[in-house]
Design a protein around this ligand. Structure first.
Ligand SMILES: C[S@@+](CC[C@H](N)C(=O)[O-])C[C@H]1O[C@@H](n2cnc3c(N)ncnc32)[C@H](O)[C@@H]1O
Length: 252
């Protein structure tokens, strides 16, 4: 089944609208650098990583994709918002042209591991594979935007991995309690599905999707200045510390 991406949801509209200014947000940039470090410290050494085909779900403008791609064999960068993918495409045509033979930008709300749009292998001489499967799936700051059931996305990810060795490394901020809601301004809450991800919930969902060797831990923490009062729209509130989880699991 291939999903229809011609109709933009409210959430896609928000990310389409934010796409051109996305990289100007210093918090997003810093979070990407932290996530990249967290991944590299958990991934195999460079020689092995260089053989990896990576799939990134919710790549946005490709901040993490473009950091990770030089270490991998290929990186397929998928996002449901066309505006985000267009920014990535424009980077691959200009500032990051040297990575255009490794990074494949795909506009899709991925629901099917056999989706035609992720079959292209830029590192293969024939370019196409049937039932292409990946060594690693990443996703950063995405899970909290995914509507229930979150299990559907985890099942799709599972299906996209190479059996036996393929694994996920998913990073997002933790739902550590009521204050986690303050990660976003109240004006953005319409597009936010959950106040971060919960350790127990993620473990349960990942195991139910079939993942083994599930490991969930704090990968890094970030300080963020939040609204003065929730919903006030006034900047300059307290600085809160937000833990970010890395959720790892392997397809047996
Ligand atoms: C908060 S942004 C993060 C973007 C990027 N990972 C970053 O850190 O800069 C969340 C992104 O996830 C995308 N997204 C949300 N749900 C998705 C899904 N089911 N499939 C693909 N992309 C999705 C949105 O379109 C949006 O670009």
């Amino acid at each position: 089944m291939t999903s229809n991406t011609s109709t933009a949801t409210n959430k896609d509209s928000r990310f389409n609208a934010e796409a051109t200014n996305w990289d100007a947000n210093p918090f997003v940039q810093a979070a990407t650098v932290h996530a990249h470090k967290a991944l590299l410290s958990r991934l195999p050494p460079p020689e092995e990583l260089a053989t990896y085909d990576v799939l990134e779900m919710g790549c946005g403008t490709g901040l993490l994709s473009l950091l990770l791609a030089p270490s991998a064999r290929s990186l397929t960068a998928v996002d449901a918002a066309e505006g985000m993918i267009n920014v990535l495409k424009s980077k691959l045509a200009t500032s990051h042209a040297h990575l255009s033979n490794k990074v494949v930008p795909v506009h899709a709300l991925l629901e099917d591991p056999d989706d035609d749009r992720i079959q292209f292998d830029p590192a293969s001489s024939t370019g196409r594979e049937k039932k292409r499967r990946f060594d690693l799936i990443t996703s950063h700051l995405v899970l909290h935007h995914i509507p229930d059931p979150l299990s559907a996305v985890l099942t799709t990810m599972y299906g996209c991995l190479k059996p036996g060795t393929g694994r996920v490394m998913l990073t997002d901020f933790e739902n550590f309690g009521p204050e986690a809601r303050r990660f976003h301004a109240e004006s953005k809450m319409a597009e936010v599905e959950r106040d971060g991800i919960g350790r127990d919930e993620m473990r349960e969902l990942m195991e139910a999707a079939g993942f083994v060797d599930v490991k969930i831990e704090v990968a890094f923490e970030m300080d963020k200045q939040v609204e003065r009062e929730p919903g006030s729209g006034i900047k300059g509130g307290p600085i809160l510390r937000f833990p970010f989880l890395v959720c790892e699991g392997r397809r047996p």
